[in-house]
Write a protein that binds this ligand. Sequence first.
Ligand code: 4FV
Length: 287
Amino acid sequence: MPLVSEPWLGQMGWSVTRVGVAGRAEAMRFDVITLFPAQFAALTEEGVVARALQRRIARIHLRTPRDYTSDAHRTVDDRPYGGGPGMLMRYEPLRAAIEAAKAEAAKDGVRSRVAYLSPQGQPIDQAQIERISTAPGWVLVAGRYEGIDERLIEDCIDEEWSIGDYVLSGGELAAMVVMDAVIRLLPGALGHADSARQDSHSSGLLDCPHYTRPETIGGHSVPKVLLSGDHQAIERWRLQQALGRTWQRRPELLQARGMSEVEQRLLDDYLREAARSKPGVGSEQSE
Ligand code: 4FV
């Protein structure tokens, strides 16, 4: 069964090749089951992911369940038992598409696990993204309508993931969010290997503020320490800022992460300075 024939597929040169990239035996493989393959151009046309595909650091294959229907109308949805609004995606086309994707990946030596994107899934955070990025391949099922037949989830889905407690019109954007967050972590994807490691959330903290030229603008000057060339002092300041902002904006992250004594002292200094510089502002947590 051919993959969805999208002109931009060829441009990405998505042939099955094994590439040696430091740290990974082969390119990470994503097979996406979706009724709207063209939507993925948003991810694959430009930017870090497009470059990672060109560098064969990752591969994305798109498959529509409509190609796995047997009726003349290529029906992929049907009404819910028990009544109620909307439609559901049918079991058979989805199962056939998933099995075709797994078979294609297996031919490629990749044993893919299957994940379904839905509000009922486990919340995805950076730690989950790092775990997901260690697998050789994933089949991602992007739902539409009110969702999919529950028996498909029982029979074919290994993991269910949610990108947030809100309802999208389809799982495509959620699948793209996960693939973007995963592919940028792959060795060679980001220009600067370190930048992924210094990500916010990868340390369990929010990111510190960042500045670039000009040195002064809008009456604001860049914090002096950043002009000092004293990299130890700069690293200490950045950690202190990350701790302070996390305490103020996302205290639950700090509770979950915990702090070393050094970090606790850095935070105390930060909050003292915040209280001193702007009495009543910044020293409280923004509930
Ligand atoms: C979603 C989420 C999400 C639900 C019904 C697609 C939609 C429709 N996926 N995280 N939040 N999915 O809202 O992952 O089929």
